[in-house]
Write a protein that binds this ligand. Structure first.
Ligand SMILES: [Cu+2]
Length: 308
């Protein structure tokens, strides 16, 4: 037991420092580093879905500039635990911070000054539960923090905010436990069309009791409903529920899942109704029990100690 307790303590230390920040951006294969990110003041999560901080994080600095992206082109957001540390051997976000990766965009007049909590957002990509115990965050960790998605080809040219988000679910079993990690990027979209996606607001798009936000990661789940509206697609097509196998995704398959899922398989109409699609996964994997659960409880205790 002594060893177990020591191991727990080491894991605990790792988990507490496992907060993370979206901080770099790629246009295709061009590394834009941090030139168009509004970098949050710290890697701590936002936990209130009703706070204005749920839009573009707390105390984010102005972005150094704007990145230029083509409508229909591929871009990537990149997350890491510590500022500027892009070491691929370090997990992008700590291993127990399981949850979805979600990306929104908002058309704005001036991306350098636009206020995220006043912007009108539409979802452009998401990756939730890939298979039991394999999440969008695992895809980030397999891809050196990167999540790649396609700028919708039909949206109008102009300036936009891009809001990249991870929701970590390791203590999401009680209201207020889910941890939201987001950064906003400032971009100019070129090309495009005249689509006018339905939008939501932050705060407003999420409720603390949404099934994808109040979620027991340790209760033997078999599916997960990504919060927020359906992903906007130019075709307006609806592919419905995406079923996934229970096999663990390898690094390479998780890469391809990330792009295929974000670009097409969770397509739905451009309505503003809340997402009702969920990703199903058959049982056969191994949900977290035992030590992982204790670890999470300890992390929660540590947070409450600091909160006092
Ligand atoms: Cu954390």
């Amino acid at each position: 037991m002594k060893f177990a307790s020591l191991a727990s303590s080491l894991l605990l230390a790792a988990s507490v420092s496992a907060h993370a920040t979206f901080q770099e951006f790629w246009v295709g294969s061009t590394d834009e580093v941090g030139t168009c990110v509004r970098l949050p003041v710290s890697n701590s999560p936002v936990t209130s879905v009703t706070s204005n901080d749920i839009a573009c994080n707390a105390g984010a600095s102005a972005s150094p500039g704007l990145c230029t992206v083509a409508a229909g082109g591929q871009v990537s957001v990149e997350m890491h635990q510590q500022p500027g540390d892009r070491t691929c051997t370090t997990e992008a976000i700590g291993g127990n911070h399981d949850g979805p990766v979600i990306v929104y965009m908002a058309k704005v007049d001036d991306a350098s000054t636009a206020v995220g909590s006043s912007a009108k957002w539409f979802k452009v990509a998401e990756l939730g539960l890939i298979s039991i115990d394999v999440w969008g965050t695992d895809s980030l960790n397999s891809n050196c923090g990167k999540f790649t998605f396609t700028i919708p080809s039909c949206i109008p040219a102009g300036q936009y905010l891009i809001r990249a988000e991870v929701i970590a679910l390791h203590v999401a079993g009680s209201v207020g436990g889910a941890q939201f990690y987001m950064s906003c990027y400032t971009v100019t979209v070129t090309g495009g069309g005249s689509a006018s996606p339905a939008t939501v607001s932050f705060p407003g798009a999420y409720s603390a009791t949404d099934p994808g936000i109040l979620f027991d990661l340790y209760g033997g789940y078999t599916s997960y409903t990504i919060p927020g509206p359906a992903v906007f697609t130019c075709s307006g097509s609806t592919s419905g529920v995406t079923s996934t196998s229970s096999s663990r995704a390898s690094s390479s398959s998780s890469t391809s899942r990330a792009s295929s899922t974000s670009s097409s398989s969770r397509a739905s109409s451009s309505s503003s109704t809340r997402a009702s699609s969920s990703t199903s996964a058959s049982s056969g994997g191994s949900p977290l029990y035992g030590p992982e659960r204790r670890l999470v409880l300890q992390e929660r205790q540590v947070f409450s100690i600091y909160a006092i």
